[in-house]
Design a protein around this ligand. Structure first.
Ligand SMILES: NC(=O)c1ccc[n+]([C@@H]2O[C@H](COP(=O)([O-])OP(=O)(O)OC[C@H]3O[C@@H](n4cnc5c(N)ncnc54)[C@H](OP(=O)(O)O)[C@@H]3O)[C@@H](O)[C@H]2O)c1
Length: 284
C-alpha cells in the first residue's frame, strides 16, 4: 500500500515527498497538473491527477493508498471544498491522514482548517494534525519581491512575534507521522521553529546576512492590501484571508515556541539565520 502526497508541487508537499522517499516509503504524488509533477519528480515516482473540486479524480488517486498527506490549496477558501475528498478517504478505509493545519486552530474557529479538522475527527478518520507556525519560506517566496526590489518587508504584523518554521522541517514531521500510523493515530502537533522573532528582528537578520539595508515597513492593513491587490495583482479573497491571519498574529497567536518537532523527529528545528544563509539568492 502507498502514501498519497497531495499538493506535491507545493511548498510543504515537496519536502514531505522527498523525506518519504528518503525513508523508502512507497508514495504517489498528486496535483491538478501531472506534467508539473513529472518535471519535479521524474518518471520513477508515481504520479496521479487529483483535483479536490472534481470527484471523478478521487478513486484513481486513492487506489492502493492507505495513508494520505492532505493539504488545503490556499485558493480553496471554504472548508467544505475539501469535504467530498475527506468522505472518499473514509470510504477507502484510509488508516492515517496527516492534515497540514495551522498553529492555534483548535481555539480559533475562523480559519477553514478548524472546520476541516473537526470534520475529519467527526467522521472517525484516523488523523495526525500538523499545526505549524508561519513558514520561513514566506520571506523567501511571496515577500521576496519587496525585499529584493525595495529592501523592505511589507507584512501587516505590527510588533508581534512569530515562531517561523522551515517548511523542510514540516515535511520531515509529516513523513515521520505517516511512516508510523499506529504510533501517531489521533494526535495533534504544534510545530514551530526554535525562536520567536518580530519583523524588525527578521529585517536585522536579513540585513546582516545579505549585507544590505533591509527594513521592516510595518504597514497598516490598508497599505498592505492596496499593495498586494493593486501592485502585485493578488486575488482579493486570498489577501483578505492573509489579513485575518495577520490580525491573529498581532494578537500574539503566532508567538509560541514548542519543542514538539525535536521530540517527534529527534532533530533540532532550523533557525531563521541559517535559513537565510542557505537561501541567500532569494533575497539578492
Ligand atoms: N504560508 C504559511 O506560513 C502557512 C502557515 C500556516 C498554514 N499554512 C497552510 O498551508 C497550506 C498551503 O500549503 P503549501 O504552501 O505547501 O501549498 P502551496 O505551495 O500553495 O501549493 C498548493 C498546492 O495545491 C495544489 N492544488 C491547487 N489546486 C488544487 C486542487 N483544486 N486540487 C488539488 N490540489 C490542488 C497545487 O498543485 P497543482 O497546481 O499541481 O494542482 C500545489 O501543489 C494552506 O492551507 C495554508 O493555509 C500556510
Amino acid at each position: 500500500m502507498k502514501i498519497l502526497v497531495t499538493g506535491a508541487s507545493g511548498t510543504v508537499g515537496k519536502y514531505a515527498a522527498s523525506e518519504l522517499l528518503k525513508m523508502n516509503e512507497p508514495i504517489v504524488v498528486a496535483g491538478t497538473d501531472t506534467q508539473k509533477l513529472l518535471k519535479i519528480y521524474g518518471k520513477d515516482v508515481e504520479r496521479v491527477k487529483l483535483d479536490f473540486t472534481k470527484e471523478e479524480t478521487f478513486d484513481a488517486a486513492l487506489q492502493d493508498v492507505d495513508r494520505v498527506f492532505l493539504m488545503r490549496p490556499p485558493h480553496l477558501g471554504k472548508a467544505e471544498d475539501l469535504f467530498p475528498f475527506i468522505q472518499r478517504m473514509k470510504d477507502h478505509g484510509i488508516k492515517l491522514v496527516s492534515f497540514l493545519s495551522l498553529m492555534g486552530v483548535e481555539k480559533n474557529p475562523f480559519p477553514p482548517h478548524h472546520k476541516i479538522e473537526k470534520h475529519i475527527s467527526e467522521l472517525g478518520l484516523p488523523f495526525a494534525y500538523i499545526r505549524h507556525g508561519f513558514f520561513m519560506q514566506n520571506l523567501s517566496g511571496i515577500h521576496a519581491e519587496e525585499i529584493k526590489n525595495n529592501n523592505e518587508i511589507l507584512v501587516p504584523a505590527g510588533k508581534s512575534k512569530t515562531s517561523f518554521i522551515d517548511a523542510a522541517d514540516i515535511g520531515l514531521a509529516v513523513a515521520t507521522v505517516l511512516k508510523d500510523p499506529e504510533k501517531f493515530k489521533n494526535t495533534a502537533h504544534t510545530l514551530t521553529g526554535p525562536e520567536s522573532l518580530d519583523y524588525f528582528e527578521v529585517a536585522e537578520i536579513l540585513s546582516q546576512v545579505t549585507k544590505k539595508n533591509i527594513s521592516y515597513a510595518d504597514p497598516g492593513f490598508l497599505a498592505y492590501r492596496r499593495h498586494y491587490v493593486n501592485n502585485r495583482g493578488f486575488d482579493k479573497k486570498y489577501v483578505n484571508v492573509t489579513m485575518a491571519l495577520y490580525l491573529m498574529t498581532r494578537l500574539g497567536t503566532a508567538e509560541k515556541v514548542t519543542d514538539e518537532f525535536e521530540k517527534m523527529t529527534g532533530k533540532k528545528p532550523n533557525n531563521f539565520r541559517d535559513f537565510v544563509e542557505r537561501n541567500i539568492d532569494c533575497f539578492m
